[in-house]
Design a protein around this ligand. Sequence first.
Ligand code: AMP
Ligand code: MG
Length: 436
Amino acid sequence: MSALKNLDEIVSCLTGYDPEAMSVAQAQSVIHTLCSPLATELAVESVPVRSALGRILARDLISPFNVPSHTNAAMDGYAFDSRCLDTTRTEIRLRPVGEAYAGRGFDGRCGEGECVRIMTGAVMPEGCDTVIPQEFTEVQGSEVVFLQRAVRPCDNRRLAGEDLAQGMPALRQGRRIRPADLGLAASLGRAELAVRRPLRVAFFSTGNELRSVGEPLDPGCVYDSNRYTIFGMLARLGVEVVDMGVVPDDPEALELAFRRAAASADAVVTSGGVSVGEADHTRAMMARLGDVAFWRIAMRPGRPMAFGRIWADRPGSGQSAVLFGLPGNPVAVMVTFYVFVRQGLMAMCGESLDGAPCIQAISAESIQKKPGRTEYRRGQMFVDDQGRAAVRTTGGQGSGILRSMSDANCLIVLHHDSAHIAQGSAVEVLPFDGLV
Ligand code: AMP
Ligand code: MG
C-alpha cells in the first residue's frame, strides 16, 4: 500500500483541480502520476529473443563486446594504407599481395606499395585503413590501378564498435521491443532477454440494453461492441486480457464484478455507467471499493470518466487494480482509451513514454470548434496534389457512430484553446498505424 500513490494526494498538488471541469492535460497528468510500473521483482521474466517482440525490456541490454568486433571492409575492392594517396599523383598503382574474405582474413601484413583484395565484411588487414571499391579499379598486369581522387583516406571501412560499443547500453529498459531490436540482441549473441511480465487487464461492459454476440437482439437493445474494440486496443498493447462479459446495471452485480476484477487484474477497463444519469449509484459503490474520482473532462467525445484504484476486499489493503471507467458511447470509448488508458497502461507496463507520434497535416475542410475543450475528429490522412500530408474527416462524427472510426486512419486533435479551423490550415493528427 505504501508504494501506491493516493488519488487525493495527487490531485491536492494540482492547481485549480475541479473534477467537473478537467482539461485533457490535467487528467493525463493525474493518470500518469497514479499509474506506476509494477514492482520489478514480481514483474520480470526471461524469454527467448524472438518471444520478446512487442514486450517491454526490463533491464538495459549492455553490449559485452564491440559490434563489429573488428574493423572491416564496407565494400568489395582493395584494402591499402592511405598514406600512399599522394596528392601530387593522379594515378595510384598498388601490387595485390593476398585476399581477405568475410570470415577468413588475410594473415600477412600489407606493406608499402601493396594492397589486399578484400570482400565486404572481411577484417581489414594489418597495415590497411582504406578500401578502394572494385568498380573504381583496373587490373593492369600485376598491378591494381585507380585514380587518386576516387577515394579519400579511411573510406569504405567500418570501425570496430561503430554499431555497438563494448560496455554501452545497446537497448534501454522500458523499450518496447521491435524487429530491429531482436536483430540487435542477436548481434550481441543473446539467446534470451529480460522482459516485464504482461500487465493483466480485466474489462467488462455495463448496461441492461447490451446483448452479447450470439444472443438474439431484443427490441431496444444493442450488441455490445465495446468489448470488442476494447479487446482489440488492449491486445495491440500486448497486455493479457480478462474478458468479464456484460454486467447489468444492477448495483450488486456491478459491485461483485468490480471486486472480482480487482482480485484478478492489475487494471480494469469498463464502459458505460459513468454518464450523469448513471454515475450516482456507481459513485456510492466506488466509495466502498476504493479511491475513485468522477471527472467531466473538457473534451469531445468522451466527457465523463471515472479513474482511480479499487480494492477486491477492503480499500487500502490486499489486491487492487487501477480503474478506468470509460463512457459507454462506442467512439468515446475508443478516444478515451487512446488519450488516457493507453498511456496509463504503458506506464504500468514500465514502458518509457515518448508520447504518441503527432504529425501535422493540412485540413482539407474547415472544421467548426469552440475553444475550451479538446476535440478529436476521426480523420483520413492522404497525400494531396501538392504532395503534402493532408487530412479530411470521415463523415458522421456522433460519438455513437463507430463506422466513421473504422473508416479513419487517424484522429485529428483540435487543441483545448483552438477555435474554428480554416480549410488549408495545419492541424495535428495522431496516425493509427506506423511501419513497425
Ligand atoms: P452510457 O454511457 O452507459 O450511458 O451509454 C451511452 C450510450 O452508449 C448508450 O446509447 C449505450 O447504449 C451505448 N453503449 C453503452 N455501452 C455499450 C457497449 N458496450 N456497446 C455498444 N454500445 C454501448
Ligand atoms: Mg449505460
